[in-house]
Write a protein that binds this ligand. Structure first.
Ligand code: CBF
Length: 818
């Protein structure tokens, strides 16, 4: 099933769009205008498929998953849409003939950066896979006016610049005001008896906003399916019905105006970290309420019995962020649809499934009951009742065991615990990699696992090969297709057929030549964007991900400092030239970016080491430049403290592009090594069991390492002797202290950096030894690609469908097919 593409028609469509949108010809239009016009032409191809898909879903009255997420890190849409419509090369050719360069056009599109990192990008990959596999699904999120901040580096510091991604308009979205809903905050709950003597609850004296949906198409690969990502915007109620103005309540009207403006203003840039802000809870409830109202309205179009809602809808809760879904669904079912508690509970507990994405304590969402009940008074009553009933159950099951109540209650110590709410009311709880799920079951959620073992399951994450290989690495994609055909695009397990080529020297040369071309491409990007010259013949050793203590960029840069010391002391050291590449956005104020940049400054400008070591911090790491970076990497740094990274997904993108993992036994690294074999990765450091044991014993003594390891001591002293910050030798003292000294409740070297340092340095040496063996390296790199099949999000989605969502595949027919 392919799109019938008519080149001349497409060219005409682009020219027509330029005329209609801007009153310009192709020659007169600027690059942004060309991007917009081309996007509208692509949207035109999408539209018939989008309509046909939604018609088919309605006609077949399909069971649907709603992926509820505060974050969708979609990246750019144009290239991805062309790829999935299978017209990328045709359009490139058409544009060439018009004198237009597709790469330049794609570069005009701002990333839709409606997410922080792994969790948001996972949601985007899942949407791609759902559409490609033909499953009825939609995503629900927020149309933040400002997405993830743009990062600039000034004097080594990160500067956060607002990301006004909508300023030139978003060509692919469609505003659907006809599906708007009111969402209410605050006020109080009035209870009265209806004519049948039943208790009725109404929220009075509330403030409200109107949630207005924008639909974004999610194009399946080559199958006519176009699903929808709904992102909700907020508009003030008063422009909607003017009621408050008419009553003369000017103050309330203004408040509602501000409420609407604030709610969707900006994405909280916190990854794996809960900040507890009132506005964040407003955002959560806002999109959750609107999304449930939309699902129920859709359901009622074709179904009459709301008691069977769960037969047609399942809500997947992407972490605890949308778990207020549970109580809001109960509220709507009872207060608006007239069900009693038991009926509503039956529906809700068959509708909601929860994914846990982290064990980091600071990411656990707990809302003070004062705030929660003030903002969501009726929803809070329902949470209280859920808690009351659950605590009763606990008392029966574990008589006299107060500890169970302390750990498992939904409300405890004056807080609403969102994970507990999701587990109590959900029918499924899943972790995102085997090890992570095991840790949940044995450690973090042990009590819940003992009580509800049937709810727990693992779903190892995955990534979409359409974006991260087919689009991001066209040279390798073509080479693979040349060898094994193109079935891998929709079934990544086919990559294993590459194994027969890994010992073939010609294939090895071809493969490494592609890697070299990709390194040239990245070197050019770095030169243009960072002004740093890097040697494409050097080892590209890459760590790109959010900056976070547990991800241990600090370990990486301390090791670079150590290597530099080694090279200075022994200029004849026989090691290949290396380029250490970092890319990461940080929580405001985190100093490691400054350290990396300062180290880069010193090393890159030291002629004595003759360019054998370079350090680059790529500014504004995001989905679009990630595609270029993965394609060019030789070594993939996955060095989190074991047990802390739930899964990781960058690790899979590197593997798919032929980089070798240098990592700890953490998250999905464990499964990567299982697939590719221990000889084709380098693993080091403490295991998760060891880390957990140390943690339970109160840590370890980093001073012992400091006292006994001269190399480590030298590196640490360089943090405080001005070596990397002449103008302020105190600049990195905090980092030094954090590694060596306890500080209040915080243990020295919380993330075991010094403990793992030697093993890490040895792992690097081992990796370089491998690199020196050219053929061995090529074979290992090829094996990484050949063994990456498991890590497609298509596989992950099939598992969610089989075990949790129980969806049926749908076929969509369109008249203009090839
Ligand atoms: O499951 C997707 C990703 O989610 C996180 O990014 C998160 O925000 N909790 C985790 O840190 C990753 O390990 C995980 O891959």
């Amino acid at each position: 099933m392919g799109v019938k593409f008519d080149k001349d028609e497409f060219k005409k469509s682009v020219a027509d769009n330029l005329k209609v949108l801007y009153r310009k010809t192709v020659d007169e239009a600027d690059k942004q205008q060309i991007f917009q016009a081309v996007s509208y032409s692509v949207k035109d191809i999408i539209m018939d498929r989008w309509l046909a898909t939604q018609k088919t879903y309605e006609k077949e009255d399909v069971r649907t998953v709603v992926y509820m997420s505060m974050e969708f890190l979609m990246g750019r849409a144009l290239g991805n849409n062309m790829i999935n419509l299978t017209v990328y090369k045709d359009i490139k050719e058409a544009l060439d003939e018009m004198g237009l360069d597709l790469n330049v056009i794609e570069d005009q599109e701002p990333d839709a950066a409606l997410g922080n990192g792994g969790l948001g990008r996972l949601a985007a990959c899942f949407l791609d896979s759902l559409a490609t596999l033909g499953y009825p699904a939609y995503g629900c999120g927020i149309r933040y006016r400002y997405g993830m901040f743009k990062q600039q580096i000034k004097d080594g510091y990160q500067i956060e610049v607002p990301d006004n991604w909508l300023k030139d308009g978003n060509p692919f979205e469609i505003k659907r005001p006809e599906y708007s809903y009111e969402v209410k905050f605050g006020g109080y709950v009035r209870c009265y008896k209806d004519e049948d003597g039943r208790d009725k609850f109404v929220q009075e004296d509330y403030r409200s906003v109107i949630a207005v949906p924008y639909d974004m198409p999610v194009v399946g690969y080559g199958n006519n399916v176009v699903n929808t990502l709904i992102i909700w915007d907020a508009e003030p109620v008063n422009t909607f019905n003017l009621e408050s103005f008419n009553k003369g309540d000017y103050h309330k009207a203004i408040e509602q105006e501000n409420l609407a403006k604030n709610i969707v203003e900006v994405l909280y840039p916190n990854d794996n970290h809960y900040a507890g802000k009132e506005l964040r809870l407003k955002q959560q409830y806002f999109f959750v309420s609107a999304s449930i109202q939309r699902a129920i309205a859709k359901y009622k179009k074709t179904n009459s019995d709301i008691r069977k809602f769960h037969e047609k809808y399942v809500f997947q809760l992407n972490d605890t962020h949308p778990t207020v879904t549970v109580a809001e669904l109960m509220r709507i079912l009872m207060d608006e649809e007239g069900l009693n508690w038991e009926e509503a509970w039956e529906v809700t507990t068959h509708c909601c499934a929860y994914t846990n994405h982290t064990i980091m304590a600071e990411a656990l969402e707990k809302w003070p009951i004062e705030l929660f009940s003030r903002l969501l008074p009726r929803v809070y009553q329902i949470v209280e009742e859920i808690n009351r009933r659950f605590v009763e159950e606990l008392k029966v099951k574990y008589p006299g065991n107060q500890d169970k109540i302390r750990k498992m209650a939904v409300i405890y110590d004056g807080q609403v615990k969102m994970a507990n709410l999701a587990i109590v009311a959900g029918f499924s709880v899943n972790g995102v990699a085997k090890l992570h799920t095991e840790i949940l079951e044995k450690q973090e959620l042990k009590d819940f696992y003992e009580m509800f073992p049937e709810k727990f399951n693992n779903k190892t994450n995955g990534i979409t090969q359409r974006r991260f290989l087919l689009h991001g690495n066209p040279l390798l994609a073509d080479w693979i297709t040349g060898k094994i055909g193109d079935d891998w695009i929709t079934d990544l397990s086919h990559l294993s057929r590459l194994k027969v080529y890994v010992d073939d020297e010609k294939c090895q040369r071809e493969f490494m030549q592609i890697k070299y071309q990709n390194k040239l491409r990245l070197a050019k990007y770095i030169k243009e964007n960072n002004g740093v010259e890097v040697d494409p013949r050097s080892v590209f050793d890459v760590q790109v991900k959010r900056l976070h203590e547990y991800k241990r960029q600090l370990l990486n840069i301390l090791h670079v400092m150590y290597l530099y010391n080694q090279l200075k002391a022994n200029p004849d050291l026989d090691i290949p030239a290396q380029t250490f590449i970092f890319g990461a956005k940080a929580a405001a104020g985190y100093k490691i970016a400054k350290l990396i940049n300062n180290v880069a400054d010193v090393i890159n400008n030291d002629p004595a080491i003759k360019g054998r070591l370079k350090v680059v911090f790529i500014e504004n790491y995001r989905v679009s430049n990630a595609e270029i970076i993965f394609a060019a990497a030789d070594v993939s740094e996955q060095i989190s403290t074991a047990s802390k990274e739930a899964s990781g997904t960058g690790n899979m993108k590197f593997m798919l592009n032929g980089a070798l993992t240098l990592g700890t036994m953490d998250g999905a690294n464990v499964e990567i090594v299982q697939e590719v074999g221990e000889d084709n990765a380098v693993i080091f450091g403490l295991t998760s069991d060891e880390v957990i044991r140390y943690e339970n014993e109160g840590g370890y003594d980093p001073m012992e390492i400091f006292n006994n390891d001269q190399d480590v001591r030298t590196v640490l002293m360089q943090l405080i002797n001005g070596e990397y910050c002449r103008e302020n030798p105190e600049m990195f003292r905090d980092i030094y202290n954090s590694l060596l000294h306890n500080d209040g409740g915080r243990r020295a070297d919380t993330y075991f950096i010094l403990k793992d340092f030697r093993a890490y340095a040895d792992a690097h040496r081992k990796m370089l030894d491998k690199y020196k063996d050219e053929k061995g390296w090529a074979k290992s790199a090829m094996l990484n690609v050949a063994c990456a099949g498991k890590f497609s999000s298509d596989r992950t989605i099939e598992e969610y469908v089989r075990d949790i969502w129980k969806l049926d595949k749908v076929k969509v027919e369109v008249s203009d097919e090839d």
